[in-house]
Design a protein around this ligand. Structure first.
Ligand SMILES: *Cc1c(COP(=O)(O)O)cnc(C)c1O
Length: 394
């Protein structure tokens, strides 16, 4: 048959554009920091996951430069063959000590950690039980597994227990997996209750703490520390791409877990290791978290102030208890208008709309940052108030 084999590329892209579901990329003309230049315009950055502004911390930048000078630009191989450098191992030792676990392992990204490790933890004859609002990388990791799947309504412990009861005795292994902090709503998983249920039913626990690390718990040690469960969650997964300000996935847990994880995860075994500059920055970033508690403290001062003022103005910030602050406005069109006007006024905050969230729950997602000054936050707040009134939201 004669046909154009790539016609679908343009057709499907055009369909996305027609539905206004395509991504239009914006360009930063400099570093990602509290005051950034985006598409040529200076804005206050409210969309970044760089919670502690560590991507611009002199020690973290210096860590990258020094490691590149010492070890070169690339590692030359996968870790398992000839790309395992002393600096990769140094990061893992520092990280385990920081997280209070026996051991840790760095993956290329958080996505690679979930996609590589989850399918190895549960196979045919096992079940993975997942929160309905878990991150896409968890969903893909689960899809790569031959295990059965159970889903419980978001944070619904009654339903989790029902699924566990049903699974009890039927499966070889049970794996419960949840985001620590949920990225769209900024609410948190009740890890203490999940841990208790897991103990009761002999299930493994896996927490994706991408938005909790560097944010939750003393010194930003993460959600397990927040709940006093250090070393008790079987798999603590996270990322260096958010509060740590660099890039890279991570898993922390027992020596047994780490030995198993790196011998089995195909994303780890078959993909080149981090450039030394990445590892140098990761190492410096962990050290900054350990020795400079002021960043996490400032993040929370900013967060608490920002949320309190927004709520007092009459905005709906949902169930958020973290720096991820949804400002829920309802209709998608309204969220888009709010975002467009905020950007015009120099506040970079983007809308999250259907199908990413329910049709009537469109929102602006504002991420607080430790690097914002009081004047910046007051400017953001007064801009939200002005435009919120203009658009009839408050
Ligand atoms: C960002 C994120 C990831 C992916 O981490 P990367 O290191 O950026 O690939 C995984 N899980 C959750 C919950 C995330 O928010």
């Amino acid at each position: 048959m004669k046909r154009n084999p790539t016609a679908f590329l343009k057709e499907e892209f055009d369909a996305l554009v027609a539905q206004k579901l395509n991504w239009e990329l914006r360009t930063l003309q400099g570093p990602s920091r509290p005051h950034s230049v985006v598409d040529g315009k200076e804005v206050i950055m409210l969309c970044s996951n760089n919670y502690l502004n560590l991507s611009n911390h002199p020690k973290v930048v210096e860590g990258a430069i020094e490691a590149a000078k010492k070890y070169g630009a690339g590692s030359g191989s996968v870790r398992a063959i000839a790309g395992n450098m002393a600096i990769h191992e140094e990061v893992e030792r520092e990280l385990a000590a920081f997280k209070g676990t026996e051991s840790s392992l760095v993956y290329q990204t958080g996505f690679a950690a979930n996609a590589g490790l989850i399918p190895q933890l549960a196979d045919k004859g096992d079940i993975i039980i997942s929160d309905a609002l878990n991150h896409g990388s968890i969903i893909d990791g689960v899809r790569l597994s031959k295990a059965d799947r159970g889903v419980y309504a978001h944070n619904d412990m009654g339903e989790l227990e029902r699924v566990l009861k049903e699974a009890d005795g039927k499966y070889r292994r049970i794996l419960i997996i949840t985001d620590g902090v949920f990225s769209m709503d900024g609410d948190i998983a009740p890890l203490d209750e999940i841990y208790k249920l897991a103990q009761e039913y002999g299930a493994m626990t896996y927490v994706d703490d991408a938005h909790g690390e560097g944010v939750m718990g003393p010194d930003g040690r993460g959600m397990s520390a927040h709940f006093g469960l250090e070393g008790k969650i079987d798999v603590e997964m996270g990322t260096f791409s958010k509060a740590y300000g660099v890039v890279g996935g991570l898993v922390a847990g027992s020596r047994d877990l780490i030995n198993y994880a790196f011998n089995k995860s195909r994303t780890w075994l078959l993909s080149g290791s981090h450039p030394p500059a990445v590892s140098g920055a990761q190492l410096a970033s962990i050290k900054v978290l350990k020795t400079e508690p002021q960043h996490v403290k400032q993040l929370w001062e900013n967060t608490n102030y920002f949320k309190k003022e927004l709520v007092e103005m009459g905005f709906d910030t949902g169930n958020s208890v973290t720096p991820i602050t949804p400002v829920i406005v309802g209709e998608s069109a309204k969220a888009k208008d709010l975002s467009r006007r905020l950007i015009e006024e120099g506040v970079f905050a983007l809308p999250i709309i259907f199908p990413m969230v329910a049709k009537d729950k469109a929102r602006i997602r504002a991420m607080m940052n430790a690097g914002l000054k009081g004047d910046d936050i007051d400017y953001v707040l007064s801009t939200f108030e002005k435009i919120g009134k203009e658009l009839g939201i408050i």
